[in-house]
Design a protein around this ligand. Structure first.
Ligand SMILES: Cc1cc2nc3c(=O)[nH]c(=O)nc-3n(C[C@H](O)[C@H](O)[C@H](O)COP(=O)(O)O)c2cc1C
Length: 364
């Protein structure tokens, strides 16, 4: 139910929640987890500092050991990880916030070093992604992955369901299924990385099958009200591509219609200036029909215009949330935004993580 002329500061019902504003903290990997891929000791403070967001989406969090592809990313498949996340959700809720966990499996964007038993990473097809993993021995090319057997799909889907169960047990308000940015579910969707000849490859309906099964399993655990999905129709990050992104993602949006709480769309090339869009996002939005969360290169002005025009219900900010924990206040008061230091985005301790000041603590 939309207000007649919403602004970035209008409330929005989302499932059982009422978001106090339309400003979302985008998922941001920060590579600061402890041993055992447990969220680090500063994670509760980092997220609580950003609790005024209408909704926080956590950094991508692997659903299983096989889902990891980067150093020091957190998981949600062990008791210790669940306990670590409980400290985060408690701090966010105590600060008045709301938070979903992003469920992640990297598929082929990995390396044997991260895999159980040093095995090959898994993917829809045995096609390597161009690019490298950051391992203990430095940057290493992504290997040719092992194509998953159809018989392995039920246990993969169950890993998503089990991770969603743990996320709710850890106190999250919901989960976001990461089907974007060239990771496993996106690898299945796109025809450049999915060359399968079975029920999970070929036609668009077949390439969507794994996502469809994951959504059924995760919503069975969490309820449709507590599940969002992230897609990135134009993004070529992680060497991903498709011959007809409009047709593919139109079908994905239609398949998700009425089944999840929101559709989160990375509109364009992640973190790169976008030229003319190759995808008509308005028609994806219409096909989905529910709450539409837009992201990618939004300035405060463009975000306000999109919400006012009804082109988006919510807008997520990525990089802006790293340097501006009180982004909502800054946008409300027109306070200039701080540009974060890219060198502290991934890894390290408090510097560039929990030490960005609130505007109210800066001298006038
Ligand atoms: C440091 C960093 C980490 C990111 N980690 C994730 C992630 O874990 N999951 C994800 O879906 N996107 C991730 N992204 C992409 C952002 O969520 C967002 O789509 C991107 O930054 C574009 O939005 P912006 O222009 O507002 O920054 C990351 C981006 C950055 C800069």
């Amino acid at each position: 139910m939309n207000t007649p002329n919403p602004t970035l500061f209008s409330q929005l019902p989302l499932g059982t929640l009422t978001l106090p504003n339309r400003i979302v903290m985008a998922p941001l990997t920060r590579c600061r987890a402890d041993a055992g891929n447990v969220p680090g000791p500063l994670a509760p403070l980092y997220y609580a500092q950003r609790a005024s967001a209408g909704l926080i989406i956590s950094e991508a969090t692997q659903i299983s050991q096989a889902g990891q592809g980067y150093p020091a990313t957190p998981g949600i498949h062990s008791d210790a990880q669940e306990a670590g996340w409980r400290a985060v959700t408690s701090a966010v809720h105590a600060a008045g916030g709301r938070m979903f966990l992003q469920l992640w499996h990297v598929g082929r964007v990995s390396h044997q070093e991260f895999q159980p038993g040093g095995e090959l990473p898994v993917a829809p097809s045995a096609i390597a992604a161009a690019g490298q993993s950051m391992t203990r021995f430095g940057a290493q090319d992504h290997p040719v992955p092992r194509a998953l057997e159809a018989a392995e799909m039920p246990s993969l889907v169950e890993d998503y369901a089990a991770a969603a169960r743990r996320a709710l047990a850890a106190g999250f308000d919901g989960v976001e299924v990461h089907a974007a940015n060239g990771y496993l579910l996106d690898q299945f969707l796109r025809d450049a990385s999915n060359h399968r000849g079975d029920a999970y490859g070929g036609s668009i309906a077949n390439r969507m099958r794994l996502l469809d099964e994951v959504i059924s399993a995760v919503t069975a655990v969490a309820g449709a009200d507590r599940v969002g999905v992230r897609i990135s129709p134009e993004n070529t990050f992680n060497d991903i591509d498709d011959s007809d992104p409009q047709a593919l993602f139109q079908a994905v949006a239609t398949m998700l219609r009425g089944r999840v709480a929101y559709l989160h769309v990375v509109e364009g090339e992640d973190r790169k200036a976008t030229g003319s869009p190759r995808v008509d996002y308005g028609s994806l939005r219409t096909a989905f029909g529910g709450t539409y969360l837009a992201c990618c290169n939004y300035t405060p002005e463009r975000a306000a215009a999109a919400v006012a025009a009804g082109d988006a219900d919510l807008v997520a900010f990525g990089r802006a949330y790293i340097g501006n924990p009180d982004l909502v206040t800054r946008l409300q008061l027109g306070i200039p935004l701080v540009r974060s230091e890219a060198k502290t985005w991934y890894g390290g301790k408090h510097a560039g993580y929990t030490d960005y000041p609130l505007a109210s603590t800066l001298s006038a």
